[in-house]
Design a protein. Structure first.
Length: 238
């Protein structure tokens, strides 16, 4: 069983070493092979240099493709190299690698095709982002329920694991802008079962999120529209 951790990184020079150290510390004594791949998305800081200096496994994109393009690069790599499971894992050290096994095992056991590391079930995580973003996530969760009849609480979580069928699905088609909610519509509409796994997430230590309060409103409107359109497309493809 081969598992790949896909790490999209844009200007994460202050975080990427801690991220990889966390993964390597938690990849020991697994019953499966656990590899990682950094997708350096055209960073303008020293992310590339730090990856080279530390001999990290990295693909350096010449231009910035955005989160969707970077993550899809990882899925294409996973597909071409016959990985059984792929995990998305942010490069900003907010995700906790000790939960990787919790996300992987339901897929290995054949219970589901996709798992999501969730801040909003079982109240494990003290860090849950700003109030306005929490409100936006609740609204997007309602949109997902309306379009798919499935309830997912942490629809924007970038800490996710998928099996080989969904790796192939994402390798061939992956939205570019803030894709997590839209891909959930795609996965569920294609008949794949999704399960949320309670996890703790950390607050970012260095740098800041690109999503400001004003951008959050724009993001919510844009993603709501994208989710509805995706639902119509997937229904038409059946």
């Amino acid at each position: 069983m081969k598992v790949l951790v896909i790490i999209p990184a844009y200007n994460e020079s202050e975080n990427i070493v801690n991220t990889i150290n966390d993964i390597e510390k938690n990849c020991q004594n697994k019953t499966y092979q656990l590899d990682y791949l950094i997708i350096n998305d055209g960073s303008t800081d020293k992310t590339k240099e730090i990856c080279v200096e530390n001999n990290f496994n990295v693909i350096n994109l010449v231009n910035n493709l955005g989160i969707g393009g970077a993550v899809q690069t990882g899925y294409i790599y996973a597909d071409k190299n016959d990985y059984d499971i792929a995990i998305q894992f942010d490069g900003d050290s907010q995700h906790d690698a000790s939960y990787i096994n919790d996300l992987v095992m339901p897929i290995i056991n054949g219970d589901v095709k996709m798992t999501i590391g969730s801040r909003y079930i079982d109240n494990l995580s003290e860090f849950k982002s700003t109030k306005i973003r929490q409100l936006g996530i609740k609204i997007l969760s309602m949109v997902l329920k309306l379009t798919t009849k499935e309830k997912i609480y942490d629809v924007t979580s970038g800490f996710r694991a998928v099996d080989q069928d969904i790796i192939k699905l994402f390798a061939s088609d992956y939205p570019n802008d803030y894709p997590e909610p839209e891909t959930l519509v795609k996965v569920i509409k294609n008949g794949y079962e999704v399960k949320e796994i309670p996890v703790k997430m950390r607050e970012r230590k260095y740098g800041k999120s690109s999503i400001t309060p004003i951008k959050s409103i724009y993001y919510m409107a844009k993603v709501t529209y994208a989710m509805i359109v995706r639902s119509i497309i997937e229904r038409g493809n059946k």
